[in-house]
Design a protein around this ligand. Structure first.
Ligand SMILES: *Cc1c(COP(=O)(O)O)cnc(C)c1O
Length: 388
């Protein structure tokens, strides 16, 4: 093993002086949680994705939980989703006492195969959760057609999908408008837009938005912002059991700066991703992402499939790159293969399992040095030339 001084991370949040200044402004303002910065971030976020309502919360996990809870998903209910996702998707179903019913993915897009959804619906099904995995848009028109025919709400797990777009009726529309009933976003540092931690729910339904606002703050009938500005005494009530899923004003202030920077961050990621794809297509045995013509991803992650034609296994490629100073990650996990899901069902999800075992994620972040990217591609070319 050679000693290597180069160190290329898998991802790097794009935070600078402007975000630090925004956090400082919030801290010194005298109001540091769920106040004016949160309200402004919600408004700006709604306008960016094209949604009538946006409600900020503490994470995408809590957003998914609130979404299902607000839709009335409870014990004994079933929710159709994918196993091939970060575990938070399926966990949110279980928080409600409901059971996730897993369908397999389309191996090309890594997303829910719409052709399998109908067969997974039973009289106990209460919702469908498609995941825009790694930022790659799901086939929403196909999923929505089934959902509307079966009278089921659709919660989009858009954790990774800020800025991704799909072609709907000849128009490019951003994920989160929302196309389903509710969309849930994440602002964890591994996603493109970060607030440290944080999440957002978007919907076109004002009644659902009202419920999110009630539930995120302990079920409190009158928010503290309203009581604070009232000239007469107001006592709040607690009509329902809620949660503390608030976002702080410090997070929201950072998020507002990130949202302004987002178009430039996305453009840079797409340039880097195009360069990866152009070269990877010429390496036998490696398969970069092949998107359908109706989808534009934000490249939150950049998946490459290491097929059996490649001289090294996926795990050996990850190790060889690590030895050369390059951090990669295995593809997306499957909830059904984790110990916490033992006994939840006997699933046949071959495409999900192959994707977990064959895919690796390559480093991609908007501040990536083009020399580092060239270096990674050189290493992959060199590995491809080895005898198997
Ligand atoms: C990251 C992620 C989540 C969880 O987001 P948090 O904000 O960390 O709670 C949920 N679903 C998917 C698909 C994710 O990638």
């Amino acid at each position: 093993m050679s000693t290597c001084t180069r160190k290329i991370p898998i991802a790097r949040p794009s935070l600078g002086e402007e975000e630090a200044e925004a956090a400082r402004r919030a801290i010194l303002s005298g109001w540091i949680t769920q106040g004016p910065e949160v309200a402004a971030f919600e408004e700006e976020f709604a306008s960016y994705v094209g949604a009538p309502h946006a409600c900020a919360v503490s994470s995408c996990t809590t957003a998914l939980h609130l979404a299902l809870h607000a839709l009335g998903v409870g014990p004994g209910d079933e929710v159709v989703t994918v196993s091939h996702s970060f575990i938070a998707t399926a966990n949110a179903v279980r928080y409600c006492g409901a059971v996730p019913v897993f369908v397999d993915i389309d191996p090309r897009t890594y997303n829910m195969d719409p052709g399998l959804v109908e067969g997974a619906i039973t009289p106990r099904t209460r919702a469908i959760i498609p995941v825009h995995q790694m930022g790659i848009p799901c086939d929403m028109p196909a999923i929505l057609e089934i959902a509307s025919r079966r009278g089921l709400p659709v919660v989009e797990d858009a954790a990774c999908a800020i800025g991704s777009e799909m072609l709907i009726d000849d128009r490019w529309e951003r994920i989160g408008r929302p196309h389903g009933t509710i969309s849930c976003f994440s602002f964890h540092p591994r996603k493109i837009l970060t607030t440290g931690d944080g999440g957002m729910l978007t919907t076109a339904d004002p009644e659902l938005d009202r419920r999110f606002r009630l539930l995120r703050q302990h079920g409190m009938s009158v928010p503290d912002t309203v009581r604070h500005s009232a000239s007469t005494v107001i006592f709040e009530e607690y009509p329902v059991v809620g949660f503390n899923y608030r976002m702080t004003d410090i997070q929201a202030a950072i998020g507002r700066v990130q949202l302004e920077k987002l178009p430039a961050m996305l453009a840079r990621r797409r340039d880097l991703a195009d360069r990866y794809t152009g070269i990877l297509l010429g390496i036998d045995g490696l398969e970069p992402l092949a998107l359908p013509a109706w989808a534009r991803t934000n490249f939150q992650s950049n998946p490459v499939r290491v097929t059996p034609r490649f001289p090294l296994t996926r795990d050996a490629v990850i190790q060889a790159l690590l030895d050369r100073g390059v951090s990669t990650r295995r593809g997306i996990m499957n909830a059904h293969q984790e110990p916490s899901y033992t006994g939840t069902g006997l699933w046949s999800l071959p495409h999900s399992e192959h994707a977990r075992d064959q895919v690796l994620l390559l480093p991609l972040y908007d501040t990536m040095d083009p020399d580092d990217q060239a270096y990674i591609l050189d290493q992959l070319r060199e590995l491809a030339g080895r005898e198997s």
